[in-house]
Design a protein around this ligand. Sequence first.
Ligand code: AMP
Length: 213
Amino acid sequence: MFGPPGAGKGTQAERLKRDLGLTHLATGDILRQEVAAGTALGAEAKRFMNEGKLVPDAVVIGMIRGRLECAPDDFLLDGFPRTLPQAEALDVMLGELDAPLQAVVSLVVPNDELERRLGGRWLCRACGRSYHEVSNPHTPRDDCEANGPGACDLYQRDDDRPEAIATRLATYATDTAPVLGYYAERGVLVQIDGTGALDDVYARIRAALATAP
Ligand code: AMP
């Protein structure tokens, strides 16, 4: 699952995970868990994350290697790879696992829309669900998948501050966007319009995956 910050990777990945029975491996989520648990890896990653910068390749590649070694057959990577060295390392890892890459789903959303989405984003600490101040506000009727009805524990990510958002979008353009060409050449890239209603974006993804090579 590929795309700039705020494109909806995590939200759409949750749906794919639920409907296709995939294991969801989101490097951002794993890194935030490491930070929350106070591990050495988390301490190293935190300063990069808070500024909206990428965590060094060696750290992220080592982390994902450990997860892939114990992942079941069908898994969905979300937020990895984000650089060309990560994409090359992933090829090696998938080769070792004899697990071919089936599709790279890239969500396309204009920058002004991304800034608007990230600026108003609130997440639930317990179930991970994402809300938006304007387009998808949390209401007392919303169920928390972990805590029960109306009990989401909402917070804003440190890297959803305006300075960090600007850095994340710039980093996407310089470091991550070139990975698209890498996968386009291999014929596995599926570009999806990531704007509009969540259900519509999801329908586009499912339709594209149904006909993907
Ligand atoms: P995300 O939740 O996907 O927006 O990721 C949050 C932050 O985690 C990013 O801004 C980076 O600092 C870090 N991160 C996540 N995935 C990667 C990756 N593949 N490579 C480097 N840093 C990453």
